[in-house]
Design a protein around this ligand. Structure first.
Ligand code: ADP
Ligand code: ZN
Ligand code: ZN
Length: 731
């Protein structure tokens, strides 16, 4: 018997399957997916068995596996296969892909998860002629009164451990190791009846599940009852003896969903959230693997939860960029889920009020199934949305970052004792130039993304393709001479609010504030309790927070979103504005949303204000087609970094030249160009973009070019490379 093993080293040089022999004493126990110790070179290392073989390659002296770590496989067959997919699709070592599937704090060699068990105690019929002391009798009675009581509980009740030991030895009490039950609370509420529209969608998903099992895109505005449909599907999975995974971008939603699942459907649910300690994570992971859990809720890596019989994966808010991981492995949870469902023969459901262009396109072309919930379950009064033209404000003498309408509404909301939220894009410090008269930013003619100004050299530069041009004296669109730098941060907005409303309680929520532990929770609590009048923040405030007393929500400058330098800028703008428009006015208070912009005619803004998804989609799809962006092509972003800038620039050019040689027809190379964050942690960063029909062959070409460059060029010491397949940003 032989085993194919992946060595636990995230190094490309050993990234392949090594064959080992299996000594006789391990042959009964060894299974694929198990962690093992084995000799490797001059040392002993850990590895994961990915396959068992009857025959070994000829003519090789094989070394034996030394021992098995733990007593159950760490990886189920579908996850072993999924790790191969992740490694190939997103360019990382198989070891890195496998480790990404384990909970943080769990390594192959370290502490393996212990079964979540406790010592349960049972009183036995007293053996003949047993004489108990008074205290012993009390202990015995306590155990008899509560069969299965835990050892901890008895000790906590004041009984001593030595006395317990004596009774066990005498055969009066039996001690058994028992699995601790994951909470299965008593039924409280029954499930709601589905509306006819919900029923139709539900039936469609079930039909797909029993048929072709294509991913199902459930398109429904916020409040249309998607969550009810999810609940039904998870109950159905449980009824079939299968388990489900729900991916949700926010914890708030997860907790709510967990409650509903437990209380209404009596399902055993765990939430994998970031606040779990490493020990809790391991325990939960073990429960999941043991089949003790019906539903796992979590963020993107919950897609790897080791459920033994997966029936369904639901990804809520499938358009969210947090489903893309921005460190190795740089996978997208949607893609991973598609593959996992294929391997496990499970159904995938993607829910969204504003589907990603890619998913909607897949539905339109039939590779996804599609269903829609058009109306809110409870009719809410439509929200008033105003798009304010900031060019006009300027023309009419208002130089403030707040329009007159926004100022009036801020004052009015404060006077009524209601809350307001002001939003500015997180990446506001990407600086671009735009025209104050027509509002348009200066775009790269090749990539259609905003160009950035580089003070050195006084030039505009495209972060995608590297195209440079001097700052034009006049606007290319309208000829106006008023081309200005654009930028305002959340701090500036906060200052302005304080100036406008000196008595208001103002708070700010952005990534600076988020770095302080607990700051985020505190602000959310204060908002709930009505202790904040105006909340200023980045887009994180638009998501997941349902504050009933917010009656004014405003985007201070939609332009900073719209002009982010990547192909998803328009899509993100539309999604965020749509979310914001649905934010205020959830309850009976009447409310409004205000969008300030220099480009009121920009389509993502017009479509969001009108609540018209299809208008946005059609327009965006044409743009993507024109500039060959996804879904019409795949991109591969290659980031090179080094400490010395001139050396990096030379190296980037050399690597690009080598890759260029490797390209096949239909592939295209853009750049090299500086990454948007050109310097991070003392390293300069440049990037090369590849475009083509198929990610695997793009990767292959890039890798060949990179290897050629390493072999033939004088690359600076310490040059690092990252490959990002289907990138989500150019930062
Ligand atoms: P979504 O997930 O699409 O935002 P929800 O599922 O949260 O929407 O539904 C919005 C509201 O409508 C919730 O308060 C929910 O309880 C209610 N609701 C949805 N479907 C039903 C139903 N079939 N019966 C009763 N209430 C429902
Ligand atoms: Zn102009
Ligand atoms: Zn360009």
């Amino acid at each position: 018997m032989y085993a194919g093993v992946i060595i636990n080293r995230k190094v490309e040089a050993v990234d392949r399957v090594f064959t080992y022999s299996v000594p006789p004493q391990l042959q009964d126990k060894l299974q694929p997916g198990m962690a093992v110790r084995l000799p490797f070179g001059k040392e002993y290392v850990e590895g994961v068995v990915v396959e068992l073989l009857d025959a070994a390659p000829e003519g090789m002296r094989l070394r034996p596996i030394s021992s098995i770590i733990g007593d159950a496989p760490l990886f189920r067959p579908d996850l072993l296969q999924l790790s191969a997919f992740i490694a190939a699709r997103y360019h990382c070592t198989r070891a890195a892909a496998l480790l990404a599937m384990l909970p943080a704090g769990l390594s192959l060699s370290g502490v393996l998860p212990k079964l979540n068990t406790q010592e349960a105690l049972y009183a036995l019929p007293l053996p003949e002629d047993t004489v108990l002391t008074k205290k012993q009798q009390a202990l015995y009675d306590a155990a008899a009164a509560a069969p299965g009581i835990s050892r901890e509980a008895l000790l906590a009740a004041g009984f001593s451990a030595p006395m317990l030991r004596t009774l066990i030895k005498q055969g009066c009490i039996e001690q058994r190791r028992e699995k601790v039950e994951v909470n299965r609370p008593a039924p409280a509420l029954s499930a709601a009846d589905l509306s006819p529209a919900q029923q139709q969608v539900y039936d469609g998903i079930i039909a797909e599940w029993q048929g072709r099992r294509r991913p199902y895109l459930l398109h429904g505005v916020t409040g249309s009852g998607k969550t009810e449909v999810y609940l039904r599907l998870l109950a159905e999975a449980a009824a079939r003896g299968k388990q489900g995974i729900v991916l949700a971008p926010e914890i708030a939603l997860s907790a709510q969903l967990q409650q509903m699942l437990q209380r209404r459907l009596q399902l055993r649910v765990v939430v994998l959230h970031s606040a779990l300690t490493a020990a809790e994570r391991r325990r939960v992971w073990q429960d999941i693997a043991a089949g003790e859990v019906d539903v796992v809720i979590g963020a993107r890596s919950a897609v790897f939860a080791p459920l033994p019989d997966l029936g369904i994966i639901i990804i809520d808010e499938e358009q969210e960029s947090s489903y893309k991981q921005d460190n190795v492995p740089r996978f997208h949870a949607r893609e991973a889920a598609i593959e996992r469902c294929r391997l496990a023969e499970a159904q995938l459901v993607l829910g969204s009020a504003t589907p990603s262009v890619t998913s909607y396109h897949a539905a339109e072309t039939g590779s996804f199934a599609y269903g829609e919930l058009k109306e809110r379950y409870y009719n809410a009064p439509p929200q008033e949305v105003d798009v304010v033209d900031m060019r006009r404000e300027l023309r009419e003498g208002n130089r403030s970052i707040f329009s007159r309408l926004l100022q009036d509404e801020l004052i009015a909301a404060f006077t009524r004792g209601e809350q307001s939220m002001l939003l500015l894009n997180r990446r506001g410090y990407f600086s671009f130039y735009s025209c104050r008269d027509c509002g348009s930013a200066i775009l790269c003619p090749h990539c259609a993304v905003a160009m950035a100004y580089h003070a050195a050299g006084g030039q505009l530069k495209c972060h995608c393709c590297g195209h440079t041009t001097p700052l034009p004296p006049a606007c290319p669109g309208c000829g106006s001479l008023r081309i200005r730098h654009f930028g305002a941060g959340t701090q500036k907005v906060e200052e302005e609010v304080r100036r406008l409303l000196p008595e208001a309680r103002v708070a700010r929520l952005d990534s600076d504030v988020m770095e302080k532990r607990g700051a985020h929770e505190q602000i959310v609590r204060q908002m709930r309790e009505g202790k904040i009048d105006v909340l200023v923040g980045t887009q994180m405030i638009a998501k997941g927070f349902d504050f009933p007393r917010v009656t004014l929500a405003a985007v201070v400058a939609a332009d900073t979103l719209l002009n982010l330098p990547d192909h998803l800028a328009a899509e993100r703008t539309f999604q965020l504005l749509t979310q914001l428009c649905g934010r205020a006015g959830r309850r009976d208070l009447s409310s409004r949303a205000i969008i300030q912009t220099y480009q009121p005619q920009a389509l993502p803004i017009v479509a969001a204000a009108a609540g018209d998804y299809r208008l946005f989609y059609r327009h965006e799809l044409r743009q993507r087609q024109m500039y060959a962006y996804p879904p019409f092509a795949h991109l591969l972003r290659i980031v090179l970094s080094a400490e010395n800038l001139p050396a990096l620039q030379l190296a980037a050019q050399a690597v690009a030249d080598q890759i260029e040689v490797q390209l096949l027809p239909g592939m295209e190379l853009l750049g090299p160009a500086p990454a948007v964050w050109e310097k991070m942690k003392d390293r300069w960063r440049w990037q090369i973009l590849l475009r083509g029909d198929e990610p695997q062959s793009l990767l292959a070409a890039a890798e060949r070019g990179w290897q050629q460059a390493q072999a033939e060029e004088h690359l600076p010491a310490g040059l690092q490379v990252q490959f990002d397949v289907d990138p989500y940003s150019m930062f």
